[in-house]
Design a protein around this ligand. Structure first.
Ligand SMILES: Nc1ncnc2c1ncn2[C@@H]1O[C@H](COP(=O)(O)OP(=O)(O)OP(=O)(O)O)[C@@H](O)[C@H]1O
Length: 291
């Protein structure tokens, strides 16, 4: 499939400082992608480069058909319409309710017809599961609900790409799962989703491609393709998992004991001349006899 995001030997910079270099990646339409890495490793800078808040001066980059290194000022707004942005610092406007927050964005992007605006706002609020919160002000919503409204706002112009920087940063684990599940559903409807996160449990629960910012560059990280950690949701699941863990531990102990027994019962094979040396090194076997 054709890549909707492409970087080739790109240098990601903040002011005059190089944050990441030799960055190459290709992301296809409809992919679910995580960006991980330590604090300050360059995740936000990379996302900001993708939506042209930071300029790309060295290397090549293309997003939704726009060439990042040859971008004209007049194209920036059009490129940004291709990206729904869920960033911590793109907060909701506190002086107006949810509906007015969303209406503001639609009007700013050229929507005029009141009926069409109302229908679109109802659609996105429905999508994020908040149709009954349209009249609430941001301070009347929980952190998770506010993040959903931010996501609804990102979806307004039906962008093919969603860029989310730590979208679950300030919300509790269960609400975080619900938000990422929503992002996954959005991805399954054909959009490309990139999430920068420190929460690896999200990756195990909702697998995707993972890229890691490390040592001043970016590489794809395949270690998350290991079997997922199962997180119990109900008391019954917790009991089953505990039982499995206990059985596994019991089996491990049995195996260890039988191996120990074999070691202890094994006939002496050491030639006489080496016996003294072996005896000196066998303190661990003496320990087994205590079992
Ligand atoms: N506006 C700025 N001006 C100069 N340097 C900056 C600016 N913003 C970030 N940096 C620097 O760029 C580097 C990468 O920061 P960035 O925010 O991209 O990292 P990050 O991986 O997103 O970190 P975190 O996990 O904390 O969000 C850091 O060394 C940071 O200090």
């Amino acid at each position: 499939m054709e890549a909707i995001i492409k970087l080739e030997n790109a240098v990601i910079r903040q002011q005059q400082n190089t944050i990441l270099k030799e960055v190459s990646l290709e992301i296809a339409e409809g992919e679910f992608v995580y960006l991980v890495g330590r604090v300050g490793s360059g995740k936000t800078s990379l996302l900001k480069t993708l939506y042209a808040e930071l300029p790309l001066k060295y290397g090549n980059g293309e997003i939704a058909g726009y060439k990042l290194n040859k971008l004209k000022k007049s194209q920036v707004a059009y490129l940004r319409r291709k990206c729904g942005i869920v960033f911590q610092d793109f907060k909701l406007l506190t002086d107006r309710n949810v509906y007015a927050n969303l209406e503001f964005v639609l009007k700013a992007t050229g929507w005029k017809d009141r009926k069409a605006i109302r229908e679109r706002i109802n659609e996105v609020l429905e999508k994020v599961g908040l149709p009954d919160k349209r009249d609430k002000f941001p301070h009347q919503l929980s952190g998770g609900e506010q993040q959903r409204v931010v996501l609804a706002r990102a979806l307004l112009n039906a962008p093919p790409i969603i860029l989310a920087d730590e979208p679950t940063g300030n919300i509790d684990p269960e609400t975080a799962y619900q938000l990422v599940e929503l992002l996954k559903d959005i991805c399954d409807s054909g959009k490309t989703v990139i999430i920068a996160t420190h929460q690896y449990d999200l990756i195990h629960r909702f697998p995707g491609r993972v890229f890691r910012c490390e040592n001043g560059t970016l590489h794809e990280d395949f270690s998350f393709a290991l079997p997922p950690v199962i997180i119990p949701e109900t008391e019954a699941e917790t009991e089953i998992l505990t039982e499995i863990e206990e059985t596994e531990t019991e089996m491990e102990i049995k195996v260890e004991v039988s191996i120990d027994a074999e070691v202890i019962n094994e006939p002496e094979k050491t030639p006489e001349k080496d016996k003294k040396k072996d005896d000196d090194n066998d303190s661990d076997i003496v320990g087994f006899e205590l079992i």
